[in-house]
Design a protein around this ligand. Structure first.
Ligand SMILES: Cc1ncc(COP(=O)(O)O)c(C=O)c1O
Length: 358
């Protein structure tokens, strides 16, 4: 049987042309493709600002920096995510706290988050990083109510969910990363994601102040913008005003992202078609359970099933050339977090993941 990989990018003749055109242009990096990709992505998501970055992890790091995470910060996230969702807090010296997930949706459980907040003194927590896990949009409106009640910021980790949405209390579809409720949201363009750049990431926000900080942090904290300079000695003059990084995306990666973005809805529809086939196939199988409740708006980065003996199933699939994966090993059980960081007892679900080949 032909191997079915865990994930595979989809590259068309238009993608190749977009990349080669950029490779033959004057700019390999810091050229016009970046701004074009940012503008198109912001329009696709329906948000005011987008900042392209070298990967989703860099995007998370800069979000944590922009929100002033430091060694006194306490931040809540889900244990069922890729480690990067938590690591960004550690990069800035902050403390990570894990609240349990909802058994039906597998998303961070709002009630568990609130009871964790209430178990500490007022002002102990500073922020929440909810994740649109597997592509299922988390209800950000409810998180905003919680954030306002306890004076917290929100970074939405939407790496799995470009094009995903939830329906708000007014019956309106709210797209992941639109930032009507979150302060900042982030995306990844790793090849297994909906839009592939090789490596790549994006931050979205409607907050101009944060947006300006991110632009500075993305390129070493250096600016040449006359409006920002403390002094000005002429056209050559620049200032390093913050300790930033080189987290820039290249122009040829942005060209690929821009070209892929044009087919984003096509890819989303294909993922939803494949998910419907799985759902139909598993519906009468007693030992296989999936995410339940309303699945409208699911962007299906992953198709998750919960099974009793995942190792046996994993080995069986491997033996048949089907490369499913376990997503995720709960972050608080990873040796780094076990040895160093806060964790609470959570109910570890037995997850097995199938990646959808769109
Ligand atoms: C939920 C989540 N957050 C963050 C990241 C980090 O993105 P990147 O691999 O682009 O650094 C990933 C990547 O797999 C992810 O799945």
């Amino acid at each position: 049987m032909t191997p079915i990989p865990y994930g595979r990018q989809h590259i068309t003749a238009e993608d190749l042309k977009a990349v080669t055109d950029t490779l033959q242009s004057d700019f390999l990096t810091q050229g016009p493709q970046i701004a074009a990709f940012e503008a198109a992505f912001a329009e696709y998501i329906g948000v005011q600002y987008a900042v392209a970055l070298s990967n989703g992890t860099a995007a998370l790091h800069l979000c944590a920096m922009a929100l002033n995470v430091n060694e006194n910060s306490n931040v809540i996230t889900t244990p069922i995510t890729f480690a990067a969702s938590a690591n960004c807090v550690r990069y800035c010296g902050g403390n990570v706290h894990f609240a349990d997930i909802d058994k039906a949706t597998y998303l961070l459980d709002l009630n568990k988050v609130e009871s964790l907040i209430r178990s500490k003194t007022q002002g102990f927590f500073h922020g929440i990083i909810p994740v649109d896990f597997a592509g299922r949009a988390i209800n950000m409106e409810e998180y905003k109510w919680l954030a306002e009640k306890y004076n917290l910021w929100i970074i939405e980790d939407a790496c799995h969910a470009p094009g995903g949405y939830f329906t708000d209390s007014m019956g309106k579809n709210q797209y992941c990363g639109k930032c009507n409720y979150a302060d900042l949201a982030i995306f990844s363009f790793h090849p297994v994601k909906h839009i592939a750049c090789g490596e790549g990431g994006m931050i979205t926000t409607n907050n101009e102040r944060l947006y300006k900080k991110l632009l500075l942090y993305r390129t070493h904290g250096i600016t040449k913008d006359p409006a920002l300079l403390h002094e000005n000695h002429g056209g050559w003059y620049y200032e390093m005003q913050e300790l930033g990084y080189n987290y820039r995306l290249t122009d040829f990666q942005a060209a690929l992202g821009l070209s892929q973005l044009k087919r984003a809805d096509e890819g989303l529809n294909r993922r939803r078609e494949i998910a419907a086939i799985y759902a139909e196939a598993f519906k009468d199988v007693a030992d296989i359970h999936g995410q339940s409740g309303s699945l409208e708006g699911h962007a299906y980065h992953l198709y998750i099933v919960e099974v009793e003996d995942r190792l046996a199933l994993y080995n069986h699939l491997r033996a048949n050339n089907i490369f499913a994966q376990v997503h995720y090993i709960p972050v608080h059980t990873l040796p780094y977090y076990l040895k160093k960081h806060f964790h609470i007892r959570i109910n570890i679900l037995k997850f097995l993941m199938f990646f959808l080949i769109a």
